[in-house]
Design a protein around this ligand. Sequence first.
Ligand SMILES: [Fe+2]
Length: 297
Amino acid sequence: MNVNLPGASPFDLDNHAGYAAWRSDKLRLAPRSLEELVVEVDDPCALTAQERSAILARCGSANMAIYVSDRRDADKEIPRRLALQLGLATLDDNYLADDDGISSLSVAQAGTRREFIPYTDRAISWHTDGYYNPPAHTVRGMILHCVAAAESGGDNRLLDHELAYLLLRDENPEFIRALSRPDAMTIPARIEGDLDEVARPDQPGPVFSIDDRGFLHMRYTARTRSIVWRDDDGTRAAVACLEDLLKRGTPWTHQGRLESGMGLICNNVLHDRSAFADSPEHRRLLYRARYFQRIAG
Ligand SMILES: [Fe+2]
């Protein structure tokens, strides 16, 4: 039965009218250039009312904003205090984060971190953050603050996950159904050490889900290692279509590089990172703060 209840979720595949209205608003408001996402701020630690509303407006329409500031010092209070002003309060304390829950992303010279791609200078394929987290630790909001850019490279591409959903649903609503199954994408258990200790159990989950406030969440990685897709034709076709649109690019795929003092604020949108090269004078350092909340508003 097709139900078109007023107020029903546009993400309900049976809600054709609701989806059509949401879709037309989304496309009308979606920024087509990176510049439209940029907000200049004087001090990220103490936003003016105008700066804050400019950031919230962009996050409202595009799920992301980029700020430009003169704060080039290495101070983790910058992302932490910025986040608090935007309703991001509870940090995802992943085990590689520093003691304060904010990760310092730079090329690791030694230790466990060297085994993890964010702490190398290699490219990172399209993903949303925390895709391997259990549902209780869903990463909904994120800030990436750049202290220092690399000598070369280290660009990000960005795509609002709601637009990825829209493009897939326009192509074939069955793609959405396949990617919304609770076992669409499984991250196999991570085993550590000689004792075969399970550091993290198998983590199955959907790619697309709707949270209890009605917002769309996306859990995705384009990695092919350490990931198991549901073994059926529908899932394979949906994943192929998503991979293809990420690879080809869309009118709403943005590309740029965070320079010192700049940062990305987002509702965990799709993003990647190109490889980079450090020099003694230009060692890339980004602070990454992941939150269980979405950005306010
Ligand atoms: Fe990421």
